[in-house]
Design a protein. Sequence first.
Length: 682
Amino acid sequence: MKNMLLNPITNLKGVGSETEEVLNDVGIYTIHDLLEYFPYRYEDNSLKDLEDVKHEERVTVEGRVHSEPSLQFYGKKRSRLTFRLLVGRYLLSVVCFNRPYFKNKLSIDATVTVTGKWDKHRQTITVSNLLFGPKQEISGIEPVYSVKGKLTVKGIRKFVSIALKDYLEGVTELLPDHLLNKYKLMTRKEALKTIHIPEEKEDLKQARRRFVYEEFLLFQLKMQTLRKVQREQSKGVVHQFSKEKHKIFLDSLPFPLTNAQTRVVNEILSDMTSPYRMNRLLQGDVGSGKTVVSAIAIYAAFLSGYQSALMVPTEILAEQHAESLFQLFEPFGVSVALLTSSVKGKKRRDLLERVANNEVNLLIGTHALIQDDIMFHKLGLVITDEQHRFGVEQRRLLREKGEQTDVLFMTATPIPRTLAITAFGEMDVSIIDELPAGRKTIETYWVKPDMLERILAFIEKEVSKGRQAYVICPLIEESDKLDVQNALDVHGMLTQYYRGRYKVGLMHGRLSSDEKDEVMRSFSQNEVHILVSTTVVEVGVNVPNATTMVIYDAERFGLSQLHQLRGRVGRGSDQSYCILLADPKSETGKERMKIMTETNDGFVLSERDLELRGPGDFFGKKQSGVPVFKVADMVHDYRALEVARQDAVELVGSMEFWKENQYEALRNYLTNSGVLDGEKLD
Ligand code: ADP
Ligand code: MG
């Protein structure tokens, strides 16, 4: 039976070679393809109370003709027929264009069913379809398919109904009974029939629910299988180290770990000590303390005799990490080195030699780290910070640096969980969902640009207390095309304004790394009080004494970027502030500003961002790896996604799944989609 579904579409009654071509054009080659060609929307032709119908909405009503129809002609062919129709307690007008022959068929008191656009103000329906007699007892919900060329919606409806009649019996159930029962899902046959020819709205909902779950489950099964195969085939370094020595390091930290930190540390260490390769994504909001987590992992690798590499997206961040990790590791004999693009010539050669000789235990750097000439002696752990800033390709190269190297990706851009488990579905995910105690909420305000005077005064008030401020501009210098603030002008303006009182620094991507170093150094030592900058300070930069963040033209930034920028303040114990200077024109722009003022929680924010932007846009560009679902919607159906993922994890982890008959259809699916070679997992 199953094979019959894979027969070419010409096997279907009424489909000849001409129709075959137009069907091929929309990707339908087999009967199976046709049955899986779902409507993208439905037209609701069921009767409704006019009270509930919106202006200009399409509606179907049944009523009695209440007045003699009047007919007017314009020119030869164009005409307009009007009559009054009594629908329940409504008396409304009906207009039919260019159908003069209706006149003689409409007699007073006759029952008719009309479909058309409802003009609420004029109480008029403009007819697209008129039926003489009461509403037929057929389904009021009609499927609309996407069509192209000669293909019509009516045509597809016809073919689908033939296919359902002749082939539905051959459709196999993919889901095992216990899952169907657990979620009270329609069978695949029932759901297929309903999605094409729904009788009731409720049925349609149920059919959709079944396919949403199926789609998510299949996708998650692929991901979980891939993960299992990858894991079992990728032998990793087994890090063996003295727990006592490791504990001494933990005890030396200036603060106790949060519960969330402790949990993710355990997850990471258990990966590192396992014989499999770690492939883990660590998510934690800005300021949640990922650096120390990475340090703990690096120290474990060090104790077990391996080198580590820490890769970050900007030189500023590399330097900052190098500095803080150097301090942390100094007493423990871990040698830390920094490799950036400004390390050149002999200095670079010397450093690479030390790396190759195992004299460097931790190498920190930007993407310079993945260049070919860097050879490690024994690389056991690779960590990338703010990993969303690296492309997929860079991530791959990095993973290939050491064959069995454990890999940890850290990101402070909270990825909505739904996306994390789809785009990174084959990775293990750890989440730090807790901030260190005592953190204050950053008070966030959205103000119009004409409030500048007051903001300058506000900055002054904070700076006079010994605090510091950032002022972020979208551009470095003036642009003819864009009417936005640039860092050079703002720097000039602020220098003038605070002259003789406070020092204003300037930071942007065109400074040399020496210049950048100098700016950052003077800012972190409070020699510069106000730092005007482009978004180069966006990630990671840590100056706890800075309490005010002003962002010019904030509407030009995405939510996650604004959140990152805001995360530069609120890093110490003082109350911090974020001021968004913006005058957004679009609704989503306004919405973004509002969301920023409403929450400090990166995960909440990222979920809202996903809603505003949609999954395709969330990561920007094509790299996203976010799959396209046919029925399911990751944003709205996220609960189903979570559930399906959990089920997939359990299935793939169970012995029964790989053996029992009831899972055969799912196993076949995995084999056909190439994630499973059939034999490998036995
Ligand atoms: P992020 O996750 O954004 O990279 P960091 O690692 O830079 O965060 O940590 C932010 C700040 O919080 C740092 O100053 C760090 O020393 C501090 N910190 C980290 N963990 C804790 C903790 N458990 N208790 C108190 N402070 C902590
Ligand atoms: Mg960080």
